[in-house]
Ligand binder design. Structure first.
Ligand SMILES: *Cc1c(COP(=O)(O)O)cnc(C)c1O
Length: 390
């Protein structure tokens, strides 16, 4: 058994990131400035997005997206229970009503048919989450959005580098929010990027910086003017150049980091797929999975212990794990406000009860990967349900 605890998700930050942050500090420009603009341009070029707006989080991106689309009180937004609370909290922030629908059994992504059934005259938008880095069925959702004249917003917190039918996530006309939180595939510590059509991003840029009619940072550049106007009460959501410095260097190593994730996933799949006790994550043929998470599901009929006990056994073997996610409808705020029961979304609920996210990060060594596999297989052989011979 390993001696040192393996963190569930350690970011990979190298000397290049450290050097770039120090240069940013020495440059005298600490808040949103030239590095933030450069990061926007390079992100846009890397993932062929129509435009890019760097923000201080993905949550900010989703909030601003709802604001620029004028979604508010009286409106309904359809989304998934199998996500982090941020995707749904922002709907509450603008005063609209989140409408949850169940997920598909293989990918745990929102079910397009269930979306269509949930549409009412009050429905204004769909927030689709690319769960674990596996793209949603974008074509089917786009067709529904067009037919019912809804906005399609993508929560791409897990999906930097993912592709749908060969096209990068973010390379379309949907407002799409990426996350650069510490555990995400590309990190700036905290940070996010909103992509989409330039005219919507121009509005988003104003809303994300106090509702100021021009960029604050250019006020202090050579030839900048002191005057500005507040056109609406906006938010303080900008990225800083210190974060952008990290992001610029993370972009340079991004494809190598993604390759390492794929290698780890391949090793996990090879080790766990042969065992009836496990359901390994699957990837549909027409997508590229960004592999933000490796979510292993257990078949309760094959084990004598439940998921919570498996996690305890992993911890006892010095392996950090997590659960993605406690479905939205099981959190007290949403349960109390909308009267949900756990079984309202049976696919999400059952998956939740049997799932465990294993460590997955390009910072992991081959030994780390071997340790995780050994721990999981050891638990399986210790707690496999044995059947009587017929
Ligand atoms: C991490 C995450 C977010 C929030 O990202 P932040 O950058 O921390 O705001 C939103 N949605 C999902 C699905 C996430 O996993």
């Amino acid at each position: 058994m390993r001696e040192k605890f393996l963190s569930f998700s350690l970011p990979l930050v190298g000397q290049e990131e450290i050097d770039e942050v120090i240069e940013a500090l020495r440059s005298g420009w600490l808040t949103a400035g030239p590095r933030t603009r450069q990061f926007e341009q390079e992100f846009r070029a890397a993932f062929q997005t129509p435009g890019a707006l760097a923000l201080n989080s993905c949550t900010a991106g989703l909030h601003v997206a709802l604001k620029v689309l004028n979604i508010g009180p009286g409106d309904e937004v359809i989304t998934t229970p199998m996500t982090f609370a941020a995707s749904v909290n922002v709907i509450e922030h603008v005063g609209a009503r989140p409408v949850l629908v169940d997920v598909e059994p293989d990918t745990l992504n929102i079910q397009p048919d269930a979306v269509e059934r949930a549409i009412t005259p009050a429905t204004k938008a769909i927030i689709a989450v690319h769960y674990a880095g596996h793209p949603v069925e974008l074509k089917a959702l786009r067709a529904i959005a067009d037919e019912y004249r809804l906005h399609l917003i993508e929560d791409a917190a897990h999906a930097v580098g993912a592709e749908f039918e060969g096209v990068p996530i973010g390379c379309n006309s949907n407002l799409t929010a990426f996350s650069f939180y510490a555990t995400k595939n590309l990190t700036t510590g905290e940070g996010g990027m909103l992509t989409g059509p330039q005219e919507l991003l121009d509005k988003a840029r104003i809303i994300s910086l106090h509702g100021m009619n021009r960029e604050a940072w250019s006020r202090y550049a050579a030839g900048g003017k002191w005057s500005y106007d507040i056109v609406e009460p906006g938010f303080k959501y900008n990225m800083t150049d210190l974060q952008a410095a990290l992001g610029l260097q993370q972009l340079r190593r991004f494809s190598r980091m993604q390759e390492r994730r794929q290698e780890i996933v391949a090793a996990y799949n090879a080790a766990f797929a042969p065992h009836a006790a496990f359901i390994t994550p699957s990837t549909r043929d027409h997508v590229r999975n960004a592999w933000h998470l490796y979510v292993l599901r257990m078949r309760p009929s094959e084990l004598t212990i439940d998921r919570n006990q498996v996690i305890e056994e992993m911890t006892a073997r010095n392996i950090g794990t997590s659960v993605h996610f406690i479905p939205i409808h099981m959190h007290s705020y949403y349960r109390n406000r909308y009267g949900y029961h756990p079984d309202d979304f049976p696919v999400a609920h059952t998956a939740y009860r049997n799932m465990m996210s294993l460590p997955l990060s390009p910072s992991m060594s081959d030994q780390d990967v071997a340790d995780v596999i050994e721990a999981v297989l050891d638990i399986r052989s210790q707690f496999a349900r044995r059947r009587m011979a017929a």
